[in-house]
Design a protein. Structure first.
Ligand code: FE2
Ligand code: FE2
Length: 337
């Protein structure tokens, strides 16, 4: 649940206790999450190229901020959650989207500056200073984009707005793509959650790779929806499972398998050849993810060192130690010291 900053910092006292630091860090994760979806939503509406692409690169910076806050939170023994702060979605024009971007950056600047004044914990102070430098830069970027739209120096897709003014072309196909977009967004949130909870380098690298490509699939859905007058919906309803890395991998395998099946069903629908080509491409990534995730589990088992075997001419005349049961080797073992 998103908690406003004044409900966390209830006094002027310096913040040193871990519990308040953890609450602040989760609060910041929620702020960054809100900014990410706001910027993506507006970039999708504006279309690729020009300022739309610039806004996506700002959203990517916010993703890094979210990761940095989450890493520090986990270092402090906390658990990141993926709620969202205030989001200024509604915008009747590209100029209004930029005004909303300025507003979101001003929120972040105000909140992070106040935290920097109060927090008495060097790693968080350094991080806040670093993030503030980015937010100041973003604030200036959004101001420049707003001016460019106002002066006519920049243009976006005609009628770019959120919500889209419509009409929605091919509504049945768009309903199908829209549900896939929202499902993918929530799957990405799950993978991000598992990534934050894991301290295993290989698992983190793989989960990041998986969600990076899933985001690319999500953007392909969004582009089609926008081009047909429909809005992609960032409905926030992830259902992460609790457990160790093995549990998380099993869940990811089940999700990716379900995606492959959904894509096969969608490919049997009366869709344009362009949409089918896109779905096939997305499905190939999802099928690959299933193989890689299963391979990752198997690889973990094979990583366990085999018992050393001396050369045949020096075989001792004593019984070999019993072979360790494979059942004792779990993917979760990777995250154990
Ligand atoms: Fe940020
Ligand atoms: Fe920012």
């Amino acid at each position: 649940m998103f908690k406003p900053l004044d409900a966390i910092l209830v006094s002027d006292a310096p913040v040193r206790d871990r519990e308040t630091l953890r609450i602040l860090l989760n609060h910041n994760i929620h702020l960054e999450h809100g900014a990410i979806v706001q910027y993506l939503q507006h970039a999708y509406a504006m279309g690729e190229g020009g300022i739309g692409t610039e806004v996506i690169s700002i959203a990517r910076a916010e993703m890094r901020h979210m990761k940095y806050f989450a890493d520090l939170l986990v270092d402090l023994g906390g658990k990141p959650t993926l709620d969202r702060g205030n989001i200024y979605f509604e915008a009747s024009s590209p100029t209004a989207m930029m005004t909303n971007g300025i507003r979101a950056e001003e929120d972040a600047l105000r909140e992070y500056r106040l935290q920097l004044e109060r927090v008495d914990f060097a790693p968080m102070q350094r991080l806040l200073e670093r993030v503030l430098a980015d937010e100041e830069y973003h604030h200036g970027q959004f101001q420049g984009f707003e001016e460019a739209f106002l002066s006519g120096a920049a243009q976006a897709k005609p009628d770019a707005a959120f919500p889209s003014p419509g009409p929605v072309e091919d509504p049945e196909a768009m309903a199908l793509l829209g549900s896939s977009f929202t499902a993918r967004y929530n799957q990405i949130l799950e993978y991000v959650q598992y990534y934050f909870e894991s301290r295993d380098y290989h698992a983190r690298d793989f989960l990041e790779e998986t969600w990076t490509w899933a985001m690319r699939g999500m953007a392909l859905f969004a582009d089609e929806l926008s081009e047909h007058g429909a809005d992609p919906a960032f409905t926030n309803a992830p259902m992460p499972v609790t457990g160790d890395l093995r549990v998380h991998l099993d869940r990811a395998i089940a999700l990716e398998k379900a995606n492959v099946t959904t894509r096969s069903e969608q490919l049997r629908c009366p869709l344009s050849s362009d949409l089918k080509a896109m779905l096939k491409n997305i499905q190939s990534h999802e099928a690959y993810n299933v193989m890689r995730l299963e391979d990752y589990k198997a690889k973990d088992l094979s990583l366990e060192p085999a018992p050393a075997t001396p050369p045949p001419d020096r075989q001792p005349e004593i019984p070999l130690p019993p072979v360790r049961s494979r059942a004792s080797l779990t993917v979760g073992s990777l995250i154990q010291p």
